[in-house]
Design a protein around this ligand. Structure first.
Ligand code: NAG
Ligand code: NAG
Length: 389
């Protein structure tokens, strides 16, 4: 290699180094401030120690991309634009508290990142030493270490809003429901409302047989006759907080009472008329996009649902434990694919679904379908010839 070439290369290298130094250099006093600030963040957050994952300093490779991603006025992308000593992307309230505390203590300005209307770069540029608080990853459904759950009370009252408010005022004054919390809609509009869909949907929404959304899930049901004690609710919330937000769900549907309870359990096949609440415990996941197959995640979520079901089991109707027949659950038991299924075997799912009506329904089955044409995994079994229940 000629001397000339080597010189050229050397100059280029120098040029590149100088460039990056201009881009992210900190003045000496800033350097001290930065060190003090960073160690303050670590110290204040030592309990859960999650803060290091949300600190981006000029030394982190993520710094440039996190800084540049929301710069919408490209004149401020230049290396001459003053850079923060750090960017913090808080995920919890305590991260924010820590940032404010330490920023104040070490005389740093804090700029809170804003969006496209920031013509002057006011939210990410300062002429004095500063750091940026970028809230894009902050969410208010979970705080580290603290089990939390989003609780939605959705209800429907068939009548006028004033009538409803009077009832709520009398029965649940602690909820402080006002007219503003209510939507006056047509009865049919409750369907999309219940599915968290806009109820101003066009007519096609109501006539379409295609659901607005689908997902992979596993779910189990229970019936509640007695209130769940606070300690039980805590256990349930702890379990729910194990999964990522919105992957677990528990529905409590007001059930019995009124006309439901007036009809005797033996009057129709459906027996669960006295339960005050029907519970639905579920978890969902995203299936493998290539083939929709179950994955480790699917297996883990199914296992999780069973564990939740076990916890709930201490507080719900038991002996026998009840289950909603419209929410099939093969874990209760299934019929033999080939050959006879015994009554004892079928009782495993039959009693939870139908309680004392099970025997009567088996008799009906034997009368109308002795050849067992109408069969599936949980259909009533036929009795062996000449036998009786
Ligand atoms: C930035 O680098 C530090 C030191 O290597 C590290 O602890 C921290 O987790 C990094 N930050 C991010 C957001 O990766
Ligand atoms: C926000 O979180 C996502 C997912 O964890 C991550 O990929 C992204 O880099 C984070 N953004 C910032 C600005 O830290």
């Amino acid at each position: 290699m000629s001397m000339m070439m080597m010189k050229l290369q050397f100059c280029l290298a120098l040029l590149l180094t100088t460039f990056s130094c201009v881009a992210f250099a900190l003045r000496a006093n800033e350097q001290n401030q930065q060190e003090a600030f960073l160690s303050c963040l670590q110290k204040k957050n030592s309990k859960d120690n999650t803060i290091s994952t949300i600190i981006h300093t000029p030394k982190n490779t993520s710094f440039k991309s996190v800084l540049d991603v929301y710069i919408q006025n490209t004149q401020f992308l230049s290396p001459e634009t003053p850079k923060p000593i750090a960017i913090l992307t808080p995920e919890t309230e305590s991260h924010i508290q820590t940032a404010i505390y330490c920023g104040k203590k070490y005389g740093l300005e804090m700029r809170i990142r804003s969006g496209g209307h920031d013509f002057e770069g006011n939210s990410y540029i300062s002429q004095v030493p500063f750091f940026i608080l970028d809230m894009s990853n902050f969410s208010v459904s979970p705080q580290t270490g603290k089990p939390t759950a989003l609780v939605i009370f959705a209800g429907v009252y068939r009548g006028g809003v004033d009538e409803f408010l009077a009832i709520m005022d009398e029965r649940f004054p602690e909820l402080g429901i006002t007219k503003k919390d209510c939507n006056v809609i047509r009865w049919i509009q409750y369907i999309p409302f219940h599915m968290a869909q806009p109820y101003e949907n066009p007519k096609e929404f109501y006539t379409s047989r295609v659901p607005p959304f689908v997902y992979a899930f596993s779910g189990k049901s229970d019936f509640l006759t007695e209130p769940i004690p606070e300690e039980g609710v805590e256990k349930i919330l702890n379990k729910i907080s194990e999964l990522p937000p919105f992957s677990a769900q528990m529905e409590w549907t007001c059930f019995g009472g009124g006309i439901m309870e007036k009809i005797p359990e033996s009057e129709t096949p459906f027996p669960h008329r006295k339960a005050s609440i029907m519970l639905f415990e579920m978890a969902n996941w995203t299936p493998n996009p290539d083939d929709g197959s179950s994955s480790d995640v699917a297996e883990a979520r199914k296992k999780w649902v069973k564990e939740l079901h076990d916890i709930v089991g201490d507080y719900v109707e038991k002996n026998p434990r009840a289950s909603y027949p419209n929410y099939r659950d093969y874990d209760l038991g299934i019929n033999n694919a080939n050959g006879e299924t015994t009554i004892e075997q079928a009782k495993k799912w039959g009693i939870p679904y139908f309680k004392d009506n099970f025997d009567r329904l088996v008799k009906v089955k034997n009368k109308v379908d002795p050849e067992n044409f109408f069969r599936n995994e949980q259909s009533f079994p036929v009795l062996p010839a000449h036998s009786e229940l």
